[in-house]
Design a protein around this ligand. Structure first.
Ligand code: ASP
Length: 626
């Protein structure tokens, strides 16, 4: 029953037809989205990438086409030949862009049939994501997914054009390479030619882009695939795409300026106006105000409520008076029962040496003034849920107390972080009640349905970018009781702090920066070390011996000796940017063939075992305990 395509050529895309096309002779090709049989009239909604058009098969006009129309089913592939005509007034569908017209068919060709699919692309996504991923080709037919990938294309294109116009050259770097120290596990590729030796897939192009600066390219960028063998999360995949760039002779400001330009361009491609320049905040300030270095500014921050408590009150409540006492506030949650509050307790990170008070009735019984004052300081309305977070002397954790004027100590940071994590978790849980994230959803959907590509939706309320600066160079690792690098080891320290590298590592700030938006880290970068003596000093302070440094990045250290210009750069997660602009809550919605949380590609079933022959060629024996 299938027809050949013959020499038929498509003339129009389904979604492009409008009233002005009435009278035109057209050939459409696509999938049958829906079919309605009204006896002598059969209506087919034919769908292609651009949208849907209604095709009418009239038994009188095309008996043969009508007969085929009786047999086609959803997702059959068809070609419809006919004339565009205006629908009668009562048949106009204002919800469809093509709702004013239909195609009066003179011929229908059935180009392919289909097995019964496990779900229909004409409906919303099904709950079972595993089935969606196994049959990804069908899932990707859904208009929402088609939208996401068109958006991804447009954003990427705009970013490319912006960087190119800012003087950046797009240059590729190897995929089969040597380990890059970004803090994750490497994916290794065995070499057939060199038995027992391995390539590593790049965790980022970091070392290569720095070498490109030594090579004199001045401004490099790449839409680069990166590979990191780490546990997956909603905002993390094993392989992901970075907008990666590096420039010679920059200051932080120059990097920020470049990024702001391309972010503005990327957002504009999605129909959203993102004001620049972005605000900035130091790491310490962000910790103090939000308890995190990726603040979500759509919700109220933390409030210092130390002054609500007398010293006696703190002593009775067993709160460490030397550490921060802060309140977090989630608007409009309403009163929570004891059971509801207890359900939230596992969301609190116990390992930070902090505790919380979420039972205000009880607090009010012993310390009525404090209870009132806390809510007042936090600016809480009656329906707002307020929690006090403070240092817990009973859970003393190993952390540094080193304190520098105007800076936070590790121990203080821990208390803020406990409050910040709790705030973020509760904000997610009570999203429906506080409604603070809705503004973003509204802007995203207004942008997606805007009438013309040049129309811009104002985005300042929905998207809150923030530059974070002045990070500590080292962090204290509890397990080993050692100072360990907080960034990759090519990050330059702030020059003024370099004298303290050995004596006071806690005091040294890194010349690095993050871009955060709506509670997500979008990217990070730094001004790099461009002198070999400084690089050696940093390796030494990171406990990387000369031999180790030589074995791991000897080629890079060599290169540093051949006239390295001062340089710096940044990498932004493209998938995350698209995820935000698509209004998606998971990276998998904007990656065509993603891995599941269990690190499997359900469609191709990778990873899989390989043949004995392949293993032999690679000189590999698999040692699996059964
Ligand atoms: N290579 C870094 C990363 O992947 C970014 C950078 O420092 O430019 O996070």
């Amino acid at each position: 029953m299938l027809d050949f395509l013959g020499n038929l050529e498509r003339t129009h895309m389904c979604g492009d037809l409008r009233a002005a096309d009435a009278g035109k002779q057209v050939v459409l090709m696509g999938w049958v989205n829906r079919r309605r049989d009204h006896g002598s009239l059969i209506f087919l909604d034919v769908r292609d990438r651009s949208g849907i058009a209604q095709v009418v098969l009239d038994k009188d006009l095309t008996p043969e086409g009508h007969l085929k129309g009786e047999q086609v089913r959803p997702e059959y592939v068809v070609a419809a030949v006919g004339k565009v005509r205006l629908r009668s007034q009562d048949a106009i569908n204002p919800k469809m862009p093509t709702g004013e017209i239909e195609i009066e068919a003179t011929e229908l060709r059935v180009l392919n049939d289909t097995k019964l699919a496990p779900f229909s692309p004409s409906e919303d996504a099904i709950q079972n994501e595993e089935v969606r991923l196994k049959y990804r080709y069908i899932d990707l037919r859904r208009p929402e997914m088609q939208h996401n990938f068109k958006l991804r294309h447009e954003i990427t294109l705009a970013i490319r054009e912006s960087l190119s116009s800012q003087g950046f050259l797009e240059i590729e770097t190897p995929i089969l390479t040597k380990s890059t120290p970004e803090g994750a596990r490497d994916f290794l590729v065995p070499s057939r030619v060199h038995p027992g030796e391995f390539f590593a897939l790049p965790q980022s192009p970091q070392i290569f882009k720095q070498i490109l600066m030594i090579s004199g390219f001045d401004r490099y960028f790449q839409i680069a695939r990166c590979f990191r063998d780490e546990d997956l999360r909603a905002d993390r995949q094993l392989e992901f795409t970075q907008v990666d760039l590096e420039m010679s002779f920059p200051q932080q400001d120059s990097v920020f300026g470049v990024v702001e330009q391309f972010m503005k361009a990327g957002f504009a491609a999605a129909g959203i106006d993102l004001p620049i320049p972005f605000p900035r905040m130091t790491y310490d300030e962000s910790m103090r105000r939000y308890g995190t270095d990726k603040p979500d500014l759509r919700l109220p921050g933390l409030t210092d409520v130390r002054s609500a408590f007398t010293d006696d009150a703190l002593a009775t409540l067993a709160i460490d008076p030397a550490l921060p006492v802060v309140a977090l506030r989630i608007p409009n949650v309403g009163e929570l029962s004891r059971k509801e509050r207890e359900d939230n307790h596992p969301l609190f990170d116990q390992k930070k040496g902090a505790k919380f008070i979420d039972d205000f009735r009880r607090l009010a019984k012993s310390f009525p003034e404090s209870a009132v004052k806390v809510r007042e300081l936090a600016g809480a309305a009656d329906a707002d849920f307020v929690i006090v977070v403070a240092g817990d002397p009973a859970h003393h954790i190993k952390a540094s107390d080193t304190k520098f004027p105007g800076r936070l100590s590790e121990r203080e940071i821990n208390v803020y972080a406990a409050a910040g994590n709790f705030r973020a978790e509760l904000a997610k849980k009570y999203a429906d009640r506080h409604g603070a994230f809705r503004v973003t959803d509204e802007v995203v959907s207004a942008a997606a349905t805007r009438s013309s590509a040049t129309e811009m939706i104002e985005g300042s309320q929905a998207f809150h970018p923030m530059w974070l600066t002045d990070f500590p160079m080292f962090e204290y690792e509890l397990a080993s009781a050692k100072w360990v690098p907080a960034h990759h080891p090519f990050t330059a320290p702030i020059e003024a702090d370099m004298a303290n590298l050995k004596s006071d590592p806690a005091s040294v700030r890194a010349n690095c920066y993050d871009l955060a938006m709506n509670g997500l880290e979008l990217g990070s970068g730094s001004i790099r070390i461009h002198r070999k003596d400084v690089q050696q000093q940093i390796f030494a302070s990171l406990g990387i011996s000369e031999e180790e440094a030589k074995a791991r990045f000897g080629f890079f250290l060599d290169a540093l000796e051949y006239g390295t210009p001062p340089h710096g750069g940044i990498a932004l997660g493209l998938d995350r940017i698209v995820m935000l602009l698509a209004g998606a809550s998971n990276l998998r919605e904007v990656i065509t063939f993603p891995k599941t949380a269990k690190a499997i590609d359900l469609m191709s079933e990778a990873p899989t075992a390989v043949s004995e022959q392949q293993l032999k060629e690679l000189h590999i024996r698999v040692a699996l305990k059964s």
